[in-house]
Design a binder for this molecule. Structure first.
Ligand code: SF4
Ligand code: SF4
Length: 346
């Protein structure tokens, strides 16, 4: 089975312990963080394993490219510390089983757009920005041939991901794709961060949706009319696995003439949507989730945002309604880009 490539010596020599010191959900000073990370490395019980809300952010906070979050999840499983209630884990793990029936394989020999688990959202990838891309998607009633499985990090189950991921990769590769644009940021994180961290081979090149959109907008530059909106961007947890691609958010905003609002929960300090915190089994999780969602939305509002831009459909599902209740319009980034080139979005 696949082993996490985690550099323990790097942690023993770490001067900052930023992975845990910067955590927005736990309070640790550098000395506490040193003690807890060493406990985790040695498979000893640590309050971090119980209280982590699985926001993925420590993957970005580590300045050394180590994998503290993957380590936390792996140790949660090893020590039988599950972040979610057992019935929810059982049901969720069952639900995402890939390969019920055979996927339809069509040779693509070029660039494909992988819809991941969101085959029902092909209406979000229409118009000139997506012309010429072959879409890989499932029968929406099954939906799991392209499901990257990374969601099970929230369930404390690297074993489930590691058992299923190779077959999903083989299904994508069977299309003979040279490059894959991933509709869902979490798929991009799977193939460019998680898989290499566990030594899982990925035989295709992955392109982040925002990098793809930026390049297409550059091609269509003469058709762009500045939108002049004030926007807030809701960063998804999985974007912490590809923080080098986060720069494309401001590059796109510059190109289409929108102004990012000056707010507290932005960039490295972004607040997750809270979807998984809601379901966690710890006492007070629901209230904590409501509290961080309230702070996040109030922050957008008081900064003057007119639009909240989403990357992840799960964040949109969680925060879209409450955001719109405050008068801020929720929009996918791809739809915002389409508006900038004069296309209508439904
Ligand atoms: S995971 Fe990174 S930040 Fe955390 S202790 Fe190890 S090297 Fe330091
Ligand atoms: S995943 Fe988030 S909550 Fe958990 S330790 Fe890392 S930064 Fe903290």
């Amino acid at each position: 089975m696949y082993e996490l490539r985690f550099d323990e010596d790097m942690c023993f020599a770490c001067g900052t312990y930023d992975c845990l010191v910067k955590c927005q959900h736990l309070e640790l000073d550098p000395e506490m963080a040193r003690i807890e990370i060493e406990k985790i490395i040695h498979s000893e019980d640590s309050f971090v394993l119980h209280d982590c809300v699985t926001c993925y952010a420590c993957e970005e906070y580590c300045p050394n490219g180590n994998h503290p979050f993957y380590l936390i999840v792996q140790k949660q499983e090893e020590l039988n510390i599950s972040p979610l209630p057992e019935p929810l884990i059982k049901q969720g793990v069952q639900m995402g089983i890939p390969f019920r029936g055979e996927p339809e394989i069509q040779e693509i020999n070029g660039t494909a757009l992988n819809m991941g688990v969101f085959s029902q959202l092909t209406n979000r990838v229409q118009g000139r920005l997506f012309e010429g891309l072959t879409i890989m998607s499932d029968d929406p009633r099954k939906m799991f041939h392209y499901f990257c499985q990374l969601m099970y990090l929230h369930y404390g189950k690297t074993s489930v991901i590691n058992e299923r991921l190779k077959k999903v990769i083989d299904t994508i590769a069977a299309h003979k794709v040279t490059e894959v644009v991933h509709f869902h940021d979490e798929c991009f994180g799977t193939y460019t961060s998680y898989a290499p961290a566990f030594g899982i081979d990925v035989p295709f090149k992955s392109i982040h949706l925002f990098e793809y959109l930026f390049n297409k907008l550059e091609e269509l530059k003469s058709d762009i009319k500045p939108l002049n909106y004030k926007v807030a961007y809701q960063r998804p947890c999985s974007s912490r696995l590809s923080s080098d691609k986060h720069r494309f958010v401001s590059k796109i905003f510059d190109l289409i003439g929108v102004e990012p609002v000056d707010r507290e929960y932005v960039d490295e300090n972004a607040m997750c949507c809270g979807a998984t915190i809601m379901g966690q089994k710890k006492e007070g999780s629901r209230q904590y989730c409501a509290e961080i969602q309230r702070k996040n939305i109030e922050d957008m509002k008081s900064a003057g945002a007119q639009i909240c831009v989403f990357n992840c459909p799960a964040c949109m599902q969680t925060l879209g309604k409450p955001v719109s209740k405050t008068g801020i319009m929720p929009l996918f980034m791809s739809d915002l880009c389409r508006l900038a080139i004069g296309e209508k979005v439904a």
